[in-house]
Design a protein around this ligand. Sequence first.
Ligand code: G
Ligand code: G
Ligand code: MN
Ligand code: NA
Length: 254
Amino acid sequence: LKIDQQLRGALERGEFSLVYQPIMHTRGRTLKGMEVLIRWTNPELGRISPMDFIPIAEQIGAITDLGNWVLQEACAQLQSWQRQYNRPLLMSINVSPRQFHDGSIVPKVKTVLTQLGLKPTSVQLEVTEGLLINASDRVLSDLDTLKLAGVHLALDDFGTGYSSLSYLRHLPFDVLKVDQSFVHEIARKSQDEAMVGAMVRMGHSLGMTVVAEGVETPEQAYSLEALRVDDLQGFYFSQPLCARDFERRFLAGI
Ligand code: G
Ligand code: G
Ligand code: MN
Ligand code: NA
């Protein structure tokens, strides 16, 4: 309840910020891009995790404005980095299923890309299977439209929840993000290794790139490389960082 109250107006009060976590090519461990993650610090409540406030923002109908702000800010940051460092980078943005409900996501994405002069292929939207359960025809056609425009679509947290493989058969995903729960024990548990190996083969045979999340150790990175995972993300490379720190650590001087 307290969170609801404080959430209203928090955007106008400038209480949100963004952090960026690197996504590395497995081969050579070079930078491919970054996932943007929202942070909220409220004067009364302190720091609140997106796990706690995103569901409430969805309930109170604030997620579209918040999601649009993330999209705009992250894309502006991407444009600035691409220009300054003159290199292609991929910005991966989490999108809540609710952001698809009012039909505004396609025009919003297209407008932001056009205004900033960004290539659609430099932006990736991450959705979870929650979007796909009972998805309306409109949601499906919005996904197709984004894909046709060149925007990359990633299926986030893959392997958790009630994953149905039929989603993958029919939907235009470019990227499979293997959930971190499969990654954490990969160097020790042969079942997890087998599961990730199967996900990689399935993803590749469907033409998708496979990313492992939650990589925390060099042993995990090595195991994932042996399983032919394309890209790696996790604390082993870096925590999510504010733009300045990300730039210093991953972009400057390269
Ligand atoms: O960054 P952290 O691990 O605390 O994120 C917790 C959860 O919040 C994750 O599931 C992540 O996908 C989600 N999340 C983080 N940033 C955003 C955002 O900008 N939009 C949406 N919809 N979810 C986000
Ligand atoms: O649901 P999603 O995959 O978008 O969530 C991303 C969340 O995972 C972020 O909150 C981020 O802080 C967290 N995260 C990123 N890398 C790691 C990691 O290596 N280990 C753990 N435990 N969490 C991570
Ligand atoms: Mn994500
Ligand atoms: Na995930």
